[in-house]
Design a protein around this ligand. Structure first.
Ligand code: ZN
Length: 389
């Protein structure tokens, strides 16, 4: 059974196609053409989204939870509810992101997340679309004490390959991303080992000076975590880690565009520095996302949410940002088009983590994970593996 989808435009997102015809077979995209150039193949039903835009589903590589659920604490049976919530904001895949917690508790969470990743790899349960966890992002425990943000100091650990391997084994190899402060003793060895295992090594929660950040890139780091937040600040004579992140084209970098974590003008500077191919949007969203204000958990941390701001002991503690709003904010804070902003939430993160063969892009052979947007970037519908309409 084939299903064809049409709308007014399609973002691949590197290109824009007018009057698109996107054909889905067995959960994958089998063909993309234009409506005018092609008759509908036999045995194909057509879904017309009118003035909508077909865009790849958003890939959030830094996400701690939402809809009241925390990825380190939720049971495997609860995660589909989070996945369904995420689709209402255009997300079709995410990296379940940990925070620094006691190692035993972290390992328990990692093996549960590995179960979730493996159980959603092949099936879509029922007709309710659910964003799928497709990897794990270890945000900690190898973070700088000075730039730890709200990660509990007692849970920070000096990096060793042995500890990294213990986490890796608990996650059964599903660790796809590691945020690490390169200046702490032992970090360079772990960076090299993680890179060797195809992990996207991201520098962050770091007080590194620029030469150390450069050494990290030489050791295998190729990304930066929530640029500006939990980093030694940029100074024009002492550029530090941010100087390296903004100036080095070998690395991609992500940013939280909620208008709270980074001022809009600095978001614009970031977008200009990293450009349309290397800027990545993340939410850093916590369980409170999509919920009323109040007190919520972020792993072992209690977080208060008020006026759209998440804090623990006065420090920012993640966000209640959704990816569709991050995309719209980019178009408000800069001169980037909706397609540019969508690219930063789809193809760019997929390329940064080495998953662009199937994710973050609309092309034959890719997963049929897409979202239908209005021209203002509002989510109309989200399809995961060809299901959910
Ligand atoms: Zn985070």
């Amino acid at each position: 059974m084939k299903t064809a989808f049409t709308a007014s435009r399609l973002f691949t997102p590197a290109e824009e196609i007018a009057n698109p015809l996107l054909i889905v077979e067995d959960g994958r995209i089998s063909e993309i053409s234009t409506h005018s150039s092609k008759e509908l193949p036999a045995n194909t039903s057509l879904l017309d989204f009118g003035n909508g835009i077909l865009a790849p589903g958003f890939l959030d590589i830094h996400m701690h939870g939402g809809a009241g659920l925390d990825v380190m604490r939720a049971s495997t049976s609860e995660l589909p509810r989070l996945g369904n919530f995420l689709t209402t904001h255009g997300v079709t895949a995410y990296f379940a992101t940990t925070v620094a917690a006691p190692l035993d508790a972290t390992c328990t969470a990692l093996s549960r997340l590995a179960d979730a990743i493996e159980s959603t790899a092949d099936v879509t349960n029922g007709d309710t679309p659910q964003a799928r966890p497709i990897g794990i992002h270890l945000e900690g425990p190898f973070l700088s004490h000075k730039r730890r943000g709200v990660h509990p100091p007692e849970n920070l650990v000096e990096p060793t390959v042995a500890i990294f391997d213990r986490l890796w084994q608990a996650a059964r190899g599903h660790v796809r991303m590691l945020t690490i402060a390169p200046e702490i003793p032992g970090a360079m060895e772990v960076i090299a080992e993680a890179a060797r295992r195809q992990v996207c090594v991201s520098i962050g929660h770091s007080d590194a000076e620029m030469p150390t950040a450069k050494d990290a890139v030489r050791a295998g780091a190729r990304h930066a975590t929530h640029t500006f937040n939990a980093m030694r600040p940029l100074d024009h004579r002492e550029p530090g880690i941010i100087g390296e992140v903004l100036s080095d084209d070998r690395i991609t970098a992500d940013i939280i565009v909620d208008g709270i974590h980074v001022a809009p003008e600095v978001v614009k500077v970031f977008l200009q520095a990293k450009g349309r191919e290397r800027a990545v949007l993340i939410t850093d969203a916590i369980s409170a996302t999509g919920m009323p204000e109040g007190r919520y958990q972020l792993g072992p941390i209690e977080v208060d949410v008020k006026d759209g701001k998440c804090t623990a002991n006065g420090s920012l503690a993640g966000s209640v940002l959704t990816m569709d709003r991050a995309v719209r904010n980019v178009t408000k804070f800069s001169d980037w088009s909706l397609r540019d902003a969508v690219r930063a939430a789809t193809l760019n993160p997929a390329q940064a983590v080495g998953l662009a063969a199937h994710h973050g892009v609309l092309k034959p052979g890719a997963d049929a994970d897409f979202t239908v947007l209005t021209s203002a970037g509002e989510v109309v519908k989200t399809i995961v593996r060809g299901r959910g309409f």
